[in-house]
Structure formats: C-alpha cells, structure tokens
Design a protein around this ligand. Structure first.
Ligand code: CO
Ligand code: CO
Length: 307
C-alpha cells in the first residue's frame, strides 16, 4: 500500500498499549531489511531517515526507496524525518513525500523551540502530515555526560503540557534517561517521569536512544506510556559487525553483494527482535492509508486565523 502517516499508527499503539518501532535507514539495504522484518512480523513500521542520514543518501533518493518498498508490501509503512534540526530541512522532506516529520529544537530555549516547532506544525498540518518534536534533551554523546547533567536535561510534565498546547505537535520525544549512540545497554529510565508526562499530555510519547536501554526497561516504558521507540545504533552495529566479520574472514572479497546481503539479514533479525519486544507483531491491520486531503486547506487557514 502507499505510505501511511505516523498519526494513525501511533494512536493505534497508544490505544492498544504497544509501541511502534522507528528504525533508521541510511541506504537501500537497511530500508529493505527493516520493511522485510516488519512484513514477517505483520507489524506496522516507521522507516526513519535522520537529517544526517539524508545528507548522506539524499532526501529524494531515500524517499523514492521507501515509497517503493511501501507500495510492494501489505503492511503499513511510514516515512519519517528523524532529528530535522532545521526548519527548511523539514520543508524539503515534506515536499519529497515524507509522511511524518520531526523538528528537533531541543538545543534551543523552550520558547525558541516552541516557536519554530509551531511553524513546522503549521506547514505540515496543511497537508495532513504529523510532526514530532523534542522537549528536554536526549544527549548525543553518552561519554561526556554526568548523571546530574542527564537529570537536568530531562523533560518535566509541566513543560510538556505547555509545549504541546503551544505547538499542537502530534508526538513528543521526551528525555527520560536514555542517551543516543549507546553501544551497551546501561541507560536507567525514569519510569515514574514517563507516567507523569503521559498523565499531563494526550499525544503519543517517543523514546529516543533505545539501543542503550535494557529490554525490561523498554517494556516498562511502554507500559508507562511510550508509543514510539527509535532504534539506530543497534542496527548500525549489527549491520557493520556482519560486514566486518565477513571481510576479516576473507580478505579477497570484492563483490559487495556478498557482504551487504548478509548484513541486511543480520539487521533484519535485529529489527524483528525489537518489533517483538515492542509488542507490535500482528498489529499491521487496522491502520488506514494516508490521506493528504483530509484537512481542507481553507478550513485549516480559518482555524489558524481564529487562534
Ligand atoms: Co534520537
Ligand atoms: Co499486541
């Protein structure tokens, strides 16, 4: 089927108490491995491309790849921009056919973050594309951070409530103890904080940096109210480790298919395990196709003026 938006997916997950896996793809083989894994698990899936990933592989190129993969499968696939730190990059992805955006203003002040997030939401909602934003900060370098700093960056329920009201975002990435780029599962999540934020806001909550979170904590986070979980580092790790293994075993390999094929398989197994852990297996049905005309543009403009 055509790409779907993340809106229905996340609401379905929120209602039924599981989480949608959002997996980063930086090339064709990663995207294929992710969609194939979801197919085998009969699960809805989000293929996401970070701004950095899109700078590597190309915005339009990745959009074309994921659009074709979605069209060829019966499970719902959404194409999401992960960590779009620039306003204009969000617009570029919107135009390229992404069915979900993330504006990441977590490095900015609350007010600046809210202001630009609101602008991205206005543009995206005009064509019915949902937007995720980040409040608080999920650190990018796990080595240079102290436990006190990590705590300082965490999202508070009060701020989350105000932020969602101001920006009208569709999903909120929260800082609750995880960190990006963790190669070992050592992050300690603040489960009570997740529960409190879930009480304060109605939009689906997103957990970033899940590669560094132990499985039991991931499940507790879902129970506490997380509906989307981002995984990148762990996929990159399984993909690269497989290639390294093959290349060290046979120094004469030159045919790239030999190692990319197996790397794709390794990544696929990793994605399947995550989908199962998130409870998303078997939830492919019941998510409706994307309809960009659902909001009448004129009606939307009127709504905006009234605000
Ligand atoms: Co992230
Ligand atoms: Co289930």
């Amino acid at each position: 089927m055509p790409l779907v938006s993340t809106k229905d997916m996340l609401l379905d997950a929120q209602r039924k108490g599981y989480a949608i896996g959002a997996f980063n793809a930086n090339n064709l083989e990663m995207a294929q491995g992710i969609v194939r894994a979801a197919e085998l698990e009969e699960a809805p899936v989000i293929v996401q491309v970070s701004q950095g990933g899109a700078e590597h592989a190309g915005v339009e190129e990745m959009a074309a790849i994921v659009q074709v993969l979605a069209k060829k499968t019966r499970i719902p696939v959404a194409l999401h921009l992960d960590h779009g730190v620039d306003f204009v990059y969000n617009l570029r992805c919107l135009r390229a056919g992404f069915t979900s955006l993330m504006y990441d203003g977590s490095q900015l002040s609350f007010d600046e973050n809210a202001r630009i997030t609101r602008e991205v939401v206005r543009a995206a909602h005009a064509v019915n594309v949902p937007v995720e934003a980040e409040l608080g900060m999920v650190p990018r370098d796990p080595h240079s951070i102290t436990p006190e700093e990590l705590k300082k960056y965490m999202t508070t329920p009060e701020e989350a409530k105000r932020f969602v009201e101001l920006t009208k975002v569709d999903a909120l990435a929260v800082a609750v103890g995880s960190m990006h780029k963790m190669k070992v599962k050592q992050a300690v999540l603040d489960i009570e904080r997740i529960k409190a934020i879930r009480q304060a806001v109605s939009v689906p909550l997103v957990l970033h940096g899940a590669s560094g979170v132990p499985d039991e904590a991931v499940q507790a986070a879902i129970e506490a109210g997380i509906s989307k979980i981002n995984v990148h580092t762990q996929l990159a790790k399984s993909f690269t480790e497989k290639i390294r293994e093959i290349l060290t075993q046979d120094l004469n390999v030159v045919d790239i298919r030999k190692y990319l094929h197996q790397a794709r398989e390794a990544l696929m197994e990793e994605v399947r395990a995550k989908i199962r852990l998130f409870g998303a297996s078997g939830h492919a049905s019941g998510i409706s196709p994307f309809d960009e005309t659902m909001i009448e543009p004129e009606e939307y403009v009127k709504q905006e003026i009234v605000e």
